[in-house]
Design a protein around this ligand. Structure first.
Ligand code: CA
Length: 632
């Protein structure tokens, strides 16, 4: 047993931690069994040098507490931790808000920063997770580009703006996203992260995968980073605006590592405890970001669980996407799912079932794809779907089903992916590659913030193809995402051919700190690429119209989805009366079967009301689908 396991055994604590607020008094509680003393410092604002009050805290079995009478709403605070006479000042790891750059925590009466009508703002509910349509978006990208006409550019506040238009006068913003048929906006990290200086007004960009304060919103997205109440209020206003538009909010959460380790609030509060170490005592680095969070320890587990529940309860966040989920332990995640479902039974949970490097925790304990069966409430990103369709993200020139020409072998994989990647006796696939048991466990996608956008990947992998063919491939990929069993996901802008061109040629495949000019959503593309946007919108509407594209369990999928091989790797997928003829080849392909068909999508258009009727033969143009139902 190592020292930290021993601490768990002797000191694990299950009560409330942080600043427990009431109008009459606030109780401050911090867990730190090995500290020799803890002092609470109270400040009038986030920058003044001298605290207006200090209080010695008392310890009982590792928990240091002090009660301060009066209404402390809006008061800033820190803890001075004493270890062997060495005193260092840190923010509370439970701080609900903070001043600029997250150095000083804030006591917040959450009920006093609610936007008007907050009590009537409910979660976005779905009958089943496979009814979700997820749209991945970065807060700053959403509104920073001048083509957008937002007033609160780059801020949470942009989400609450109504009737925003691009330069052509077409609707953009939340109304546009809802109009696409999206059910949930998945926001890249929006908690307080470290890589953007909140006290500077110069333009800065980062994805934000470098957490500092997990329980406070990011300051650079608020209109006033120096005031801890502003970011809380504006985050809530964003959630409320989304909910009023019928959109849920999914938060990208990064509990697998922190911005730094040595001087992190976690290390300053309980040295070493919250991080994993190698056998030689150095920090392990399964995140490839310098450290990894020891989710399996009792108080780290409690922290993650408390943090998630806080976002779900206090901010009404509808779901969570777990970054490098493979570094978190299964027991912690299952506990979190149980607690979250008590707050919102419809909570949406998914993550990356992999790590960024070697991790000292036993692999069978970790939330890896191969252990997905131990996490029935979580979906995982299907990198099989992503790479199977367009080629490996690690090799720019690698091609998949949609951009690889004739390839019957790849067709067999695609059949499996269209069934949610589940076991299926009618599909030839090595069972060892199959990790999901239910369609609710798999997120189907081809483009996310990481790596090249789909459009750029198609350009790089098919340098000799015409623009027309590239666009056809893009539309084919979209048709597969929205007709596959499982949960569909796409990156904001994918529907308008989002691209991240580099100034000197080529495309940016890791734009985590690239300038706005590369990352931002260029809203004029909604109009310039209206035909593609309409196609995505039509496909989503088709998905919503036909319940057979959203089957609820694996047995139903095995019973109702069937395939026929067509020439050169083309596939006819059939679900009840619905036919999807999928053609990745350079030639038109046909499927002949006597009967009448109502066509909903072809190479050009997709429309849930139907396009036209055909008899006896379905023909899919090169690199396209045709979707139809048979009748009579
Ligand atoms: Ca920050």
């Amino acid at each position: 047993m190592n020292i930290f396991e021993k601490m768990d055994q002797e000191y694990a604590y299950d009560g409330a931690l942080g600043a427990v607020y009431t109008r009459e008094k606030t109780e401050f509680c911090v867990w730190s069994p090995k500290a020799d003393g803890v002092t609470l410092n109270l400040y009038r604002d986030s920058v003044c040098k001298i605290p207006y009050g200090t209080e010695e805290m008392k310890s009982e079995n590792g928990v240091w507490t002090v009660e301060v009478s009066g209404d402390l709403h809006g008061v800033y605070y820190t803890y001075s931790m004493n270890f062997d006479g060495e005193i260092s000042e840190t923010i509370d790891i439970y701080a609900q808000s903070a001043g600029a750059n997250g150095k000083r925590g804030m006591v917040v009466d959450m009920s006093r920063v609610n936007p008007e009508g907050w009590e009537n703002c409910g979660y976005v509910t779905l009958e089943n997770p496979v009814d979700a349509v997820l749209y991945e978006l970065h807060v700053r990208d959403f509104s920073i580009d001048g083509s957008g006409g937002f007033r609160n550019r780059g801020k949470f506040g942009a989400f609450a703006e109504k009737g925003v238009k691009n330069a052509f006068g077409d609707e953009i913003g939340l109304g546009y996203i809802r109009g696409l048929g999206v059910t949930h906006i998945h926001l890249l990290p929006s908690f307080d992260y470290g890589s953007v200086d909140e006290s500077s007004a110069k333009p800065q960009f980062n994805w934000g995968y470098d957490p500092v304060n997990y329980n406070a919103p990011e300051g650079s997205y608020s209109s006033n980073a120096a005031d801890g109440l502003t970011r809380v209020r504006e985050f809530k206003e964003m959630v409320k605006a989304a909910h009023e538009s019928g959109l849920g909010i999914v938060m990208d959460v990064v509990y697998n590592h922190t911005y730094s380790a040595d001087d992190s609030p976690f290390n300053m509060t309980v040295p070493g405890y919250y991080y994993r170490h190698n056998a030689n005592g150095t920090l392990s680095n399964g995140s490839a970001c310098g450290n990894e969070f020891a989710s399996e320890r009792a108080m780290a587990r409690k922290f993650i669980c408390d943090s998630l529940c806080m976002w779900a309860r206090d901010y009404k966040v509808d779901g969570f996407r777990f970054d490098l989920m493979g570094l978190l332990d299964i027991e912690t995640l299952n506990l979190c799912a149980e607690k979250l479902r008590e707050i919102n039974p419809n909570v949406i949970l998914y993550g990356e079932g992999w790590t960024g490097g070697d991790c000292p925790l036993d692999e069978e304990l970790r939330a890896m794809k191969k252990n997905a069966r131990g996490l029935p409430r979580f979906a995982m990103f299907s990198d099989d779907f992503r790479d199977g369709l367009k080629g490996s993200v690690f090799i720019d020139t690698d091609c998949g089903y949609i951009n690889g020409g004739e390839n019957p072998k790849s067709a067999e994989l695609v059949k499996s992916l269209m069934c949610g990647g589940l076991k299926n006796p009618d599909v030839e696939r090595d069972n060892r590659e199959i990790w999901a048991d239910a369609p609710q466990q798999t997120v189907n996608y081809v483009e996310a913030h990481d790596n090249l956008t789909l459009f750029d990947k198609l350009h790089v992998s098919c340098p000799d193809e015409s623009e027309e063919t590239i666009i056809a491939m893009d539309k084919l990929a979209a048709a597969l995402i929205f007709t596959a069993q499982g949960i569909p996901f796409f990156q904001a802008g994918q529907e308008m051919l989002r691209s991240k061109p580099l100034p000197n040629g080529g495309f940016d495949e890791n734009s985590y700190k690239s300038p706005d000019s590369i990352n931002s959503i260029k809203w004029n593309k909604v109009t310039e690429n209206a035909e593609i946007v309409d196609y995505y919108r039509g496909l989503i509407a088709i998905r919503k119209k036909f319940p057979q594209l959203r089957l609820r369990d694996a047995d139903e999928i095995r019973e109702r989805v069937s395939f026929e091989d067509i020439d050169g790797g083309a596939i006819l997928m059939r679900v009840d009366d619905l036919f999807v003829l999928i053609n990745p080849t350079d030639k038109s392909v046909t499927y002949a079967r006597e009967g009448k068909y109502r066509v909903y999508a072809d190479d050009k258009r997709a429309c849930a009301e139907g396009l036209y009727e055909l008899e006896d033969v379905l023909t899919a143009k090169p690199k396209s689908v045709i979707i139809g139902t048979s009748f009579n």
